[in-house]
Design a protein around this ligand. Structure first.
Ligand code: FAD
Length: 152
């Protein structure tokens, strides 16, 4: 089993797309992530997985809080901006529970870092959800390295 086969296999798992956002010293930083899952109802915990070389780690380790913004089908461009695929775009963030959130996201979760673990070449962050907002809309999806939409 080589890296390529592992990536191909994992790409068969259809996911939504999120932007993780956090702020430290007045700098808002966003990062696109699809490694996101719900973990626990009591307490309300979620998990994100961040590559060990991502800038987001420095921000999370300092701020100890972050938001998860689940993107709608109309927000592919935001996913590309925060994955570094579209450069030099200004993005305006709203504030929720004192944290940066993306306007019009399907869901925004405001989290504090509950725990973190090094796992291979990624860091797993467990977030305790302190508040959330939900809006109407359809999700952006990601499958086999391509964006898509839920069709019914
Ligand atoms: P950078 O690469 O420095 O920043 C990311 C980009 O966001 C840069 O272009 C930066 O200019 C821009 N940006 C940041 N903040 C702002 C702001 N305030 N205003 C405007 N632009 C800003 N990686 C993971 O580790 N885990 C995952 O689960 C994951 N899932 C992914 C899912 C998809 C669909 C895609 C496309 C990528 C995914 N990635 C994931 C890769 C990850 O998004 C990129 O490697 C990203 O560039 C890492 O961000 P960084 O924190 O290192 O910061």
């Amino acid at each position: 089993m080589d890296d390529r086969m592992f990536r191909t296999a994992m790409g068969k798992f259809t996911t939504g797309v999120t932007v993780i956002a956090s702020e430290h010293n007045g700098e808002v930083h966003g990062m696109t992530a699809n490694a996101f899952m719900s973990v626990s109802l009591d307490p309300k915990l979620i998990l994100i997985s961040v590559g060990e070389n991502a800038k987001m780690n420095e921000i999370l380790q300092e701020a100890q809080k972050f938001t998860v913004n689940i993107l709608t089908e109309n927000q592919q461009e935001l996913s590309m901006i925060f994955a570094g695929q579209i450069k030099d775009r200004k993005v305006i963030f709203d504030t929720f529970e004192g944290m940066p959130v993306l306007e019009d996201a399907l869901v925004s979760l405001a989290c504090r870092v509950y725990d973190s673990y090094a796992a291979g070449d990624h860091i797993l962050y467990i977030g305790e959800v302190i508040n959330l907002s939900v809006q109407d809309g359809e999700p952006l999806t990601f499958y086999e390295g391509k964006y898509n939409q839920v069709t019914s």
